[in-house]
Design a protein around this ligand. Structure first.
Ligand SMILES: [Zn+2]
Length: 325
């Protein structure tokens, strides 16, 4: 640094710019001790002066005004890390490692035993010559990822209950709010609410709504067509792995799993082989196919959802004393 004391007994840096025409304060900056309270005040002042524009801007401003702080870079970084304004403007949203799958999604169950549901819309439909708003109630099965759509005329509780009655009549009453709560208890349903504004926690149905929207936007007439939409979405392959190749099997779709509803999901005792398909005993054919569906569900689908596609690393949870905004 070649430090020296000037005429006023202030410690300055000699540097290599003595022949330049810059002002003296720039050529020979004043040495400031690191970690001192005054040093922190200087950093805070210049950080404010450059309107919280990050480390580089702040350092440049301090240097050009004739201060030489040892370990300046680290000191400024520390200051910015604790700066409330910078945190508010630039800090990314907190996230956490994606959790393990809940038991409802990892165990083979009959279709629509555990469901997620959400209303979506509105869509404009034609009734005669006038246009009317319609909403959709989407129920999706956690296990087979099959969907069921009911049309709602509005977003009231009564309409919702009507839709739910239709769903239960068709799919059975094994579904996983005050007037609504009584109704659901009678129908043997457990109702678990999702956290508000936490749509990432409902990826199962949010993703399905995206698929349904794209189909509906193509066909776009909800009232007669929601069954067709349901059929299209339920006939999508569950994985993309088995789609190419000559000897590929027919892709496994939610429709396969829905139509298997009358059979138990766990394989029954007994050994069923490919030859059973051509035998005369119909029940053996059915059991063989049941086993095939079950094992393919495990092999093709369950494996594909075990990988975490985002939020890979474990992070420290927020604690009392942390700054949050
Ligand atoms: Zn700041």
């Amino acid at each position: 640094l070649d430090a020296f004391l000037d005429a006023e007994d202030v410690l300055k840096v000699e540097g290599r710019l003595s022949r330049s025409s810059f002002p003296n304060s720039f050529k020979h900056p004043t040495v400031i001790p690191p970690g001192h309270h005054v040093t922190n005040l200087i950093i805070a002042h210049y950080h404010e002066t450059v309107k919280h524009q990050g480390k580089g801007f702040t350092i440049n401003e301090i240097r050009s005004d004739g201060y030489w702080i040892c370990g300046l870079s680290r000191a400024v970084a520390t200051h910015i890390r604790h700066c409330v304004t910078c945190r508010r403007v630039r800090r990314p949203v907190e996230s956490q490692r994606m959790s393990d799958l809940p038991v409802e999604r990892a165990e083979p169950t009959r279709p629509f035993t555990y469901c997620g549901m959400e209303c979506f819309g509105p869509f404009w439909t034609k009734q005669g010559r006038k246009q009317e708003k319609r909403y959709g109630l989407l129920l999706t099965c956690f296990c087979s990822r099959a969907i069921h759509i009911e049309m709602l005329e509005d977003l009231s509780t009564d309409t919702f209950i009507n839709g739910l009655i239709c769903f239960i009549a068709l799919r059975g009453a094994e579904l996983d709010m005050n007037r609504l709560n009584v109704f659901l208890t009678e129908k043997q349903c457990d109702f678990v609410m999702n956290a508000p504004h936490a749509s990432h926690a409902g990826g199962v149905w949010e993703r399905q709504i995206r698929t349904v929207r794209s189909v509906l936007n193509a066909t776009l007439l909800l009232s007669p067509d929601h069954c067709a939409t349901m059929a299209i979405v339920n006939s999508r392959p569950l994985t993309a792995d088995a789609l190419d190749g000559h000897n590929r099997l027919e892709p496994l779709t939610p429709n396969h799993l829905i139509t298997m509803k009358s059979t138990p999901a766990l394989p029954p005792p007994g050994k069923f082989e490919r030859e059973d398909l051509y035998g005369r005993k119909r029940w053996r054919q059915v059991q063989y196919l049941t086993e095939q569906f079950g094992s393919r569900w495990k092999r093709e689908y369950l494996h594909s959802i075990t990988t975490r596609q985002c939020w890979h690393s474990t992070k420290r949870n927020l604690q009392v004393g942390d700054i949050v905004m």
